[in-house]
Each structure stands twice: as C-alpha cells, then as structure tokens.
Ligand binder design. Structure first.
Ligand SMILES: Cc1ncc(COP(=O)(O)O)c(C=O)c1O
Length: 464
C-alpha cells in the first residue's frame, strides 16, 4: 500500500536508509513508524498498540517511560551538557559510573573505557589487545577467535568478530586474522547420541586444535557472548565455557566476554558471565547499561591489560584511541541512574520470578507445537525455533521467509517480534514486564504462530 503523500511513512521511503532492511522491499512496503511508548508497549503513528517482545533491540530494559531517567538526563544537561575525557580531563558522571561498573564486575577488573555503541566497544577492545601485545613485546600475538553465529556488531573489526553471513557477504569481511569456531548449539551441532558434556568437550578440543594449528604465539583473544543473542538465542552446554577457558589459559589467550545483551540481569544474574561460569579478562557492555535511553557502551579491562596499555602509552606519549563522546556526561548520568534503579527495585529478584514464569509458559505452550523445533532460554531471554520437520530438525528454506512473515502477522496482532537465523524467534522483553504482561505477550504470539501455521500448511512448506 502506498502511504499518503507527505506522510511520515512516505518521507521515510524518500529519505531514510535503514539498518538491517531490504531496501527494494522497503520502497514498496514502507516503515512502521513508532511514535510513543509506555511500560512494555509502543504505539505507531496510526495509534496501534504493540507489546515489545524484544525491548526494541534487546535493550529498553526499563520500558519506554521511565521518568527518573528523563530527569537524570535533564539535570545533567543543565549542569554540564558536554565535556570530554581526552588528555586526562574528567567529570563526575564518568568517574562515578566507572567506579560502579568496577564494583559490579563478575571478575576483578581494573579500568573502564567508554564508547557509544556495542560495536565501538568491541572494536576498542580489539585495538586494546593489539596495542597491549605490541607494547609488551609480542607483536605476533594478534589473531582472534570468535564463533559462528556470534554477534558483536558491524564496524569493520566488530563485524569481523561476528559470525553471521549477512554481516560478511558483499562487505569483503571478515578481515584477515579473524577465525570462527563452531556454534555451541547441541540441538543442531551434536553428533547422533552425543551428550551435552561430550559435545562441549569436542568443541573445546576443536578450539584447542585450531589455536595449535595457527600457533598459540599468534593467537591473542577469544570472543564470546555468554548466550548468543542475534544468532538465535543459543545457550551452550553447562560445561562449555569452563572447558573453553581451560584451553585459553593453556595458550595464554585472553577471554573477552560480550555482555551487550546478557549484562544487567537479562539472564537472571547481574552478568551472563555469572550464569555461564565465565571469568573474563575484558568485559564489553552497552544497551541495558543506560536502559538504552541514551547511547553508551563500556569496556572493562583487568589489571594485566591495563598495564599493557599503560606501558605502550608511556613509550609513545599517548594512547591514540578515544571518541569525542567517550564517557559523555549525559548518557553517563542516565547509566548511573539506571544502575541505581536496578539496585533499588531489586530487578534481579523480579527477573528471577517473571523469567521463570516466561520460560515455563513458553515450554508448556509451544514445545509441542508442530512448527516448533526447540524452546530455549533462561531468565528473560528465550528463543523459539521454527522448523519444517520436527523429527529431523530441518529448518525452513530461508527463501520462504517463514519467520519474517510471522513477524508481519505479529504486528497485525499487536506484538513486535524478532526473527533471526533459522527462523528463531527471540524473546527479550523489558525487564520490568509482569507475569500478566508475559501471558498477554504469549497469547499474541500464539495467535500469530497458529496463523503462520495455516499459511505453511496451505503452501505445503512443512512435514505436517
Ligand atoms: C552481543 C552484541 N554485541 C554487540 C552488539 C553491537 O552493538 P551496537 O548495535 O550498539 O553497535 C550487539 C547488538 O545487538 C550485540 O547484541
């Protein structure tokens, strides 16, 4: 349908280049224009209401109308709307937020560096590691391992960490020196009859062999999300990370944990690292750090990494890295308020209770659905993977766009859904969601799933 001339939608088609969008299709279909939000809901410019089942992009942790965050931004804007952190300048929000993050870190950390997005934070961490290894006299130790289906962002180096085809194809990526090992997804990756434990052992061996093949003296770091988000909400076996970390220690390879989605209670603990048994050397976070009311991300480094950076910067006279907006006082003030709200409202206990309810309901209502292959998740993050054949775990042909079509049906039914690789539907609602709202969200999802099932049957796309 062509939107009315001069409408927001028509002007969007005329002028906007959207992230993650098929642009030829967009010229035909146009945008959904979101105009306002409240709690776990948003409304479009036609007045239609939606439940945000993914908190925007896994990020609006406190929902869409938190007045304390608005106040924190306004007060900081009046007091000091901008200052930078270059050449040893500082300001109170930067210092307070750094201290709060170090106090909350899942393993001993030394210093915090701020950026504006998850991608920039991951890029910064790569540069820190390269710089450190040059500074301490091991310039050959630069290669980086990440995982297929991992998501770490889209800047040149962060996209090279990412293990998804859409982020590489036509972009001439990944850059040299980035390697990807297997996805720790037992459902698809296990050999016939292989236990989760044996699967984890095999993946750790694969990493060990890959590092040895490259030469451990050339391998600097391993990158991982505790639970893969954009790759389809993939939980590794319980012993996967302990086994991986033993390999990394053996070869003196740093562990960088990407907590951009999992951080700040999403998985039921403050950090995904705590849920999955990870002791990182470097931690990257963003999104729920400021409840996404303003852009800010952070890289926490341990003392060893900091010493390497300090060494290099003292030999050169400066550490030639930093963004104009690193630690910008307004997002930093909003992040401080966000962390205070998490503490004061006991969001961890809330996620424990509502997350358990969401996980139970998802399994009870959808695990037996003919189109559902696997329901997985913990805390307030979950994935429901659609399959063409439940018995063989065969996914739909991507060209059939079953997941994407489900999201369109969802919109008609008042729910914003996210479909990822293998038609995995992600759930990551605002952390403030209540049990009643979870039920309402799942009712709208159930209706949409039944509707796509009718289409799938009509088009004979599935085995049943
Ligand atoms: C785990 C993870 N890392 C990094 C990023 C990139 O963050 P940004 O989009 O802010 O650059 C994302 C974004 O979704 C993410 O999920």
């Amino acid at each position: 349908m062509t939107p009315p001339r001069n409408s927001t939608a028509a002007r969007d088609i005329a002028y906007a280049l959207h992230p993650y969008t098929d642009h030829k299709a967009h010229l035909q279909n146009g945008p959904v224009v979101i105009s306002r939000g409240k709690g776990v809901r948003v409304w479009d410019d036609q007045g239609k209401e939606y439940i945000e089942s993914v908190a925007g992009l896994w990020c609006a942790s406190l929902g869409f109308d938190n007045e304390r965050l608005v106040q924190a931004a306004a007060e900081q804007m009046r007091k000091l709307p901008f200052y930078h952190a270059f050449t040893a300048k500082s300001h109170e929000p930067l210092v307070d937020l750094s201290e709060m993050l170090i106090e909350r870190a899942p393993s001993p950390m030394s210093k915090v560096f701020f950026a504006n997005s998850g991608s920039e934070a991951n890029d910064s961490a790569i540069k820190m590691i390269w710089y450190m290894n040059n500074a301490i006299g091991r310039p050959e130790k630069k290669k980086i391992f990440a995982r297929l289906k991992g998501y770490h962002g889209i800047t040149l180096a962060a996209a090279s960490l990412t293990g998804l085809p859409a982020n590489h194809k036509l972009f001439d990526l990944p850059l040299p020196g980035f390697h990807h090992v297997s996805t720790p997804h037992h459902y698809h990756g296990a050999l016939p009859g292989e236990s989760e434990e044996d699967f984890a052992t095999r993946l750790a061996q694969e990493l060990d062999e890959a590092i040895i093949k490259e030469g451990p003296e050339t391998v600097a770091a391993f990158w991982a999300e505790p639970i893969m988000g954009a790759g389809g909400v993939i939980l590794p076996p319980a012993t996967y990370f302990p086994k991986i970390q033993a390999v990394l220690r053996k070869h003196d390879v740093l562990f960088v944990v990407d907590e951009v989605i999992c951080g700040f209670w999403r998985t039921g603990n403050y950090w995904g690292s705590q849920t999955l048994g990870i002791q990182p050397d470097i931690l990257v976070c963003a999104k729920a750090l400021s409840a996404s009311y303003l852009p800010i991300s952070a890289v926490l480094v341990n003392e060893r990494v900091f010493q390497g950076i300090a060494e290099g910067s003292s030999s050169i006279g400066t550490w030639g890295h930093g963004f104009t907006y690193s630690g910008h006082p307004v997002p930093a003030a909003v992040a401080i308020e966000t962390l205070k709200i998490y503490d004061e409202m006991g969001i961890g206990a809330h996620v424990g209770q509502v997350g358990a309810h969401m996980q139970k309901q998802l399994r009870a209502r959808f695990a037996d659905h003919p189109l559902v292959g696997e329901v997985r998740g913990t805390g307030l993050i979950a994935g429901v993977e659609l399959v063409a054949d439940k018995a063989t775990k065969k996914n739909f042909d991507p060209a059939q766009k079953v997941g994407i079509r489900l999201t369109k049906i969802g919109e008609q039914n008042g729910i914003i859904l996210r479909s990822m690789t293998n038609d995995s539907i992600g759930f990551s609602p605002p952390l403030i969601i209540t049990e009643e709202e979870v039920d309402e969200m799942l009712n709208r999802f159930a209706k949409s799933l039944d509707e796509i099932a009718v289409t799938v049957r009509r088009e004979s796309l599935a085995a049943v």
